[in-house]
Structure formats: structure tokens, C-alpha cells
Design a protein around this ligand. Structure first.
Ligand code: HEC
Length: 104
């Protein structure tokens, strides 16, 4: 009897994870988040807008910075015009991972 209950519990958790994981990976889609939250200012390719004093993210300066520096720049604990709203710590990390792909 007890074993059956445990088996049902394990199965329930497995099904719950199966349902949850795709939505979690959606939250980690740094490319989509970048397009939604950053591209308007920094450009889809990370080139920035020098005329508007918006720095490029694909150049050597940002490339030289650590992931932690970039996360704090995005989250507004460092200098950024305003903290980008609605980003979890995981979102910020996913975006930084995407920004790294723009840097050659
Ligand atoms: C409203 C326009 C705007 C948006 C939206 C925006 N940024 Fe910025 N960002 C700026 C400006 C302007 C600066 C320069 C701030 C300064 O130098 O004081 C900056 C600076 C930065 C820096 C520091 C660059 C450096 O050279 O140190 C990073 C990293 C950065 N932004 C990443 C992002 C990311 C990632 C997003 C999206 C989550 C984002 N920004 C959204 C305007 C924006």
C-alpha cells in the first residue's frame, strides 16, 4: 500500500515537472528578452546608438566586463539610465548569455 502511494507521488511530481519545464525555459530565452527589453536602445545586433550616447554591447569594452558586472549594469545597481523593469536574476543572466553571442 505505502509503496503505491509513493509511486503515485513520484509520478505526480514527474508530470508536474514535465509541464513546468517548458515554461521555465521560456523564461530563460535571453534572445527574446533582449529583443523585448534592450534592442530598442542597444540595437538588435548590440551596436548601440553612439549619437544618443547609448553604448554598444558588442564591442571590446563590454566584452572585457565580467558577467556579474553586466548583470548589475542591467539590474540598475551600477550606472544604467534606469533599472530595466520586470527582469528576474535568471532573466538578467540569460540576457547576458545572449549578449555574449553578439560579441565577436
Ligand atoms: C532606455 C534605453 C535603454 C534600454 C531599454 C536599455 N539600455 Fe542599457 N544603457 C543605456 C544607456 C543610455 C547606457 C549608458 C549609461 C551610462 O553610460 O551612464 C546603457 C548602458 C548599458 C550597459 C553598460 C555598458 C558599458 O559600457 O558599461 C549595459 C551592459 C547595458 N546597458 C545593457 C542593457 C541590457 C542588457 C538591456 C536590456 C535588458 C538594456 N541595457 C536596456 C540605455 C538603455
Amino acid at each position: 500500500m505505502k509503496t503505491t502511494k509513493i509511486a503515485v507521488l513520484v509520478l505526480t511530481i514527474a508530470v508536474a515537472l514535465f509541464i513546468l519545464i517548458p515554461s521555465l525555459s521560456w523564461a530563460d530565452d535571453g534572445g527574446a528578452l533582449y529583443k523585448a527589453k534592450c534592442a530598442a536602445c542597444h540595437g538588435a545586433d548590440g551596436a548601440g546608438k553612439p549619437a544618443a550616447k547609448i553604448p554598444a554591447l558588442n564591442g571590446p569594452e563590454v566584452k572585457a566586463k565580467s558577467d556579474a558586472d553586466l548583470v548589475s549594469a542591467i539590474s540598475g545597481t551600477a550606472k544604467h539610465p534606469a533599472p530595466v523593469k520586470g527582469l528576474s536574476a535568471d532573466d538578467a543572466k540569460a540576457i547576458v548569455t545572449f549578449v555574449r553571442t553578439l560579441q565577436k
